[in-house]
Ligand binder design. Structure first.
Ligand code: MSP
Length: 532
């Protein structure tokens, strides 16, 4: 079976985690759990981006050393992932020696990869540049960035004129290759970018690509970074450092090897980078594939970028300066991490934006989980215990009900297909179908009436069997999103989950006896509004 390697963006450690960070990590965790459930060899890599100007400035504001500052923020991220049940296999913290050595080895290797015609490196060169520089965005600006009035807008913050020598990584000459990669890969089985609608955006950006990437910062203005191996006057630009985490923390990567080692490629060939839409262009869609190409990766070894959308607040961007960021830690304490995970997976379509709402979080939990699945499990078990002492008789499912199990089997296989595509919300909708169909069967067949009529005994056994099998299928589909709740349901049902690959069993196992129902999803309430 093919392995499954998923990474997330590594979060900047210049402030506490917010709901956007949590969403991306839960998404990766859910997909990793789905593939594990399917028996695949899985590796989930996540972590923190600890270098760069923003971190240096935040540490300065607090009056402490950058390392001390990032250690404090990193601890907050780790505690949150623990609380939210994010099960990762690799932790990428970019101040780790292992990572710094890898970045330096890569820079050395690219610097020493000489072009015989010129004697210089094929990938990196040093050049002086003068121009307008945005301090906030840490980049030189061109005329394209000027507003209609010819001035640089407020989004660039303080803009100053600078003349500086730096190291550059060649990008522009790989434009045609990149366009080819985007096109051929989107037509093949393993696309470069999903969802498909992002491809157009990336293509347009690459068509306009000009200029190379400045990959160094003079130490005189930024010291918090990885020192250049062949020039101690410079540190590495934070993106050139951060992207490398996907290699430095992957099992088996060797930066010195001309071709990536086979034990590394075994996992890497399946790699999916789970990232937000803001870091597709240019970092992951332009810099990263060219960096990989420079390191000897073939076109077939390029990653797939799974680009998710953003959680907004009433349609507006969440930001620290607007003071409207949502704290996932507080939400998990208030409603439980299961309700938060379920909301983040069920109320946004992967790739699209959504509006965050605490009311929706509570409503989703109460409607889908407490009233929907929770009620199904509860009444199925109660009726089975009441009418059959926990053991329905083995029956052939009545003809008019057999379509029910076939529909559940179809829902389960559609669920698996959506999960493989990273479409968790669509997968959860199939779970909802299974629950609704079963709850509708209870209402339509009225088991309490069947129980009073001895001629309907077989029919009652059939209905109870279908209800229990439906609850099992629903729990199977919930395992990756809410592992603890799903396991608790399976424990009460006294059943193993359905196989994700196989068909649904047509009946209950020999000698089956269900367990005792216990509430799994207690109803949630919004906090009372403050008294007037
Ligand atoms: N450090 C870089 C990533 C380097 S990856 C080699 C970075 N960090 S970040 O902290 O700003 O963002 C981390 C991730 O969170 C990104 O994928 C970003 O898209 C995502 N999100 C940030 N705000 C978000 C929302 N409001 N909603 C959903 N995800 C968002 O970029």
């Amino acid at each position: 079976m093919k392995p499954f390697f998923i990474t997330t963006a590594i979060d900047y450690t210049n402030g506490a985690p917010h709901i956007g960070h949590a969403y991306e990590k839960v998404l990766a965790d859910v997909l990793a759990r789905f593939h594990r459930q399917n028996g695949e060899e899985v590796f989930l890599l996540t972590g923190v981006d600890q270098h760069g100007q923003k971190v240096q400035q935040s540490a300065e504001r607090e009056g402490i050393a950058p390392q001390e500052y990032v250690d404090g923020v990193t601890a907050k991220f780790l505690a949150l992932w623990e609380k939210l049940g994010i099960r990762f296999d690799g932790w990428a913290a970019t101040t780790a020696d292992k990572h710094k050595e890898c970045v330096r080895a890569i820079l050395t290797r690219l610097w020493e990869d000489k072009d015989p015609a010129t004697g210089g490196s094929r990938w990196i060169y040093k050049a002086a540049r003068s121009g307008h520089y945005s301090v906030r965005q840490e980049q030189f600006l061109t005329d394209k960035e000027r507003g209609p009035d010819g001035e640089f807008g407020p989004e660039w913050g303080q803009v100053e004129f600078r003349e500086e020598e730096n190291y550059y990584f060649r990008l522009a000459e790989h434009r045609e290759w990149l366009l080819g990669l985007i096109d051929t890969r989107s037509a093949e089985g393993k696309p470069f970018v999903i969802p498909e609608f992002r491809v157009v955006e990336l293509r347009n950006a690459v068509e306009k690509l000009e200029g190379d990437l400045c990959i160094s910062r003079p130490k005189s203005r930024l010291s918090w970074g990885i020192e250049f191996p062949f020039d101690p006057e410079f540190v590495t630009y934070v993106w050139f450092d951060a992207l490398v985490n996907y290699l430095s923390f992957a099992p088996g990567y060797d930066p010195a090897a001309v071709r990536p080692p086979e034990e590394f490629l075994h996992l890497w060939r399946t790699v999916i980078h789970d990232i937000g839409k803001d870091i597709l262009i240019p970092a992951h869609g332009v810099y990263w594939p060219v960096m990989l190409k420079a390191l000897g990766f073939t076109d077939a070894e390029m990653p797939t970028l799974l680009v998710h959308g953003w959680w907004n607040i009433s349609g507006a961007k969440m930001s620290k300066s607007l003071g409207n960021t949502v704290d996932p830690d507080m939400l998990a304490d208030r409603y439980g991490s299961a309700a938060l995970r379920y909301y983040l997976m069920s109320d946004i379509a992967t790739g699209r934006d959504a509006d965050f709402s605490e009311e929706r979080l509570v409503q989703r939990h109460n409607v889908d989980l407490a009233n929907g699945l929770g009620n199904l499990v509860n009444r199925s078990l109660n009726m089975t215990r009441k009418y059959r002492e926990g053991s329905p008789n083995q029956v052939v499912i009545p003809e008019d009900f057999s379509a029910h199990l076939a529909a559940n089997a179809a829902a389960l296989s559609e669920y698996s297909r959506f999960m493989r595509e990273g479409q968790v919300q669509a997968g959860l909708e199939r779970l909802g179908d299974v629950v609704n169909r079963a709850n509708a069967l209870v209402d339509a067949s009225a088991p309490w009436k069947l129980a009073k009529d001895p001629d309907q005994a077989e029919r009652l056994d059939g209905v109870l069997t279908i209800l229990i099998l439906s609850a099992r299928t629903a729990a199977t589909m919930l395992l990756s999103v809410l592992p603890e709740a799903a396991e608790e349901i399976l424990r009460q049902l006294a059943l193993e989950p359905d196989s994700l690959a196989g068909e649904i069993a047509p009946g209950l196992p020999e000698g089956y006896r269900c367990g005792e129902p216990q509430p799994v999803f207690p109803r949630l309430e919004l906090p009372a509004p403050p008294a007037a």
